[in-house]
Design a protein around this ligand. Sequence first.
Ligand code: DC
Length: 655
Amino acid sequence: MSTERPPYLDLAPLAMARGQVRLPGSKSISNRMLLLAALAEGVTEIRDLLASDDTERMLEALRALGVTVTEARGTNAIEVVGCGGRFPVQAADLFLGNAGTAIRPLTAALALAGGRYRLSGVARMHERPIGDLVDALRGLGADVRYTGKDGFPPLEIFPGKLRPQSLVRVRGDVSSQFLTALLMTLPLTGCATVIEVEGELISRPYVEITLNLMARFGIEVGRDGDSRFVLPGGARYRGPGVVHVEGDASGASYFLAAGAIGGGPVRVEGVGRDSIQGDVRFADALAVMGARITWGDNWIEAQAPADGRLRAFDLDLNHIPDAAMTLAVAALFADGPSRLRNVASWRVKETDRLAAMATELRKVGAGIEEGADFLVVTPPAGGVQGAAVHTYDDHRMAMCLSLVALAGVPMRIGDPACVAKTFPDFFARFASVTIPDAIPVIAIDGPAASGKGTVADLVARQLGFRLLDSGALYRLVALDALERGIALTDEPGVTALATNLGVTFSAGQTLLAGRDVTDAIRENRVSDASSKVAALPAVRAALLWRQQAFAGHPGLVAEGRDMGTEVFPAARLKVYLTASAETRASRRYKQLIAKGLGVTLPSLLHDIAERDARDGSRQAAPLRAADDARELDTTSMTAEAAAAQVVSWYHQQHS
Ligand code: DC
């Protein structure tokens, strides 16, 4: 909504997770209780109601319908004066954002209310199906019309000629909210009704929440398994006086997973053994991964497995579709590929969560197989890579992907404000149970062919650190520009390539959009072009965070021109490598000849001098030694000796 949403939030690499979190109220329970309280007779005080976008939409709608809703004297409680199913306002235009828990049951309640209403939401809401519910309501004589695309909101409701039916059929395999909407609202007709579910009932535990809350408001539903639900005739909702909203079990999943991944223990308070929410079963899935779980009546605690190794899993997650997203991210930390099965409903949620999850997990290096209703996640062989991720205006994408930082890598979470849908202060609470990791960085800078690449590689191997060859990023941008015919002086054009660079570094290979370009980026024409694109300030800015994201656990050796000055100014050790121009030219000559690339020594010497001049004289981050860098002249040193010197400096600095 607001135009002031920050574009991203940077999460530092995290070393561990430990602590306690009091959960906000459950969205599913909050919105159901609000509607039931409105449909009931009498006043209901709802305590611990979730304050979030989705509940705000429901509250606005109820107020617009003439229901009196007030905050109870200085508490976090809300009082709802029930209208016994007869909304005082008979014509209203309701905007329901992206709240499925609001639009589905309100559609049913208003279709039976005899007034004239319009219901709409954000663009994504208009892509989320509602046709099966509307069909069931039309079968009862309700007059519900689509004003956009058939089968989807926005909707317009007119007073219908209601013909209460003793049997109503509804599909159960698209969204369980259709059944929930009918269950909650059909008692308003006053007639006994049987609801028959066609197809498999998905997300069953959400229907259990509905039945449980209906019982608290005075209506017991009979049932025959998951396929027939019997609503008694003449039943009315009666406000139970005071009700409490449980903590959000889906929200608990992020913290429990943090405990399992980041050592723990992490305790969530507000849900436990007595919870009516199906998503508490997420803790069982974590237990399958080997996490140690402890249950209290009103809390759950998670800790990493005793041997610290989370196990891969193969699970049917139909019963916990929301919390299952958290497992997709936890799977990055498992000891093999994990399979999440039976989650087709992900495709019709806040976004197409199967596609979104596949795309974003690939960015952090995971191997992904995406099926129509399943996802297989293979942990990255070379360690999880920090990444800037999109969140698709989907609160759960943002919250899940934050867990990646527990791999000890930085994460840039796009549009972090989207968590307000269900968990407005998520990031503050996440920070309160996680401890940042001070990742040691060794910055090695120097002119072309000074031996940085070889030395950095040796140092990284000796210390077991990650490696960043920052020049490769400039080379990739240059290659991309050359191949697409984008002029190297076209700053916006080249910057767009830098921003969207689809690069993977794995097992000694460099892939650009999946194609092996390991050798192509070393060609002379690319070397030359790379120093030209590197002179463009916007290109450097576009690559800045991408380079910083390499700083992962247990440490990073970063080599380039401005590692110590611009990209990692706080590096623990900065080294500036030099060598005479002749030595550098002859080293590069040997490398290129070994690769079968045809060059001559004099032309290389000339190229190197030209590049040095350009890299050193450019306005944006010119090549220079950082003030606190140690200089190492490698003219008469082997790469091994130079690496040994760097490692020894690092240990000195460390001790
Ligand atoms: O290190 P290299 O030769 O692969 O680098 C290719 C080009 O990229 C080089 O001409 C300068 C530029 N570069 C840069 O400007 N900043 C870096 N950190 C790394 C490389």
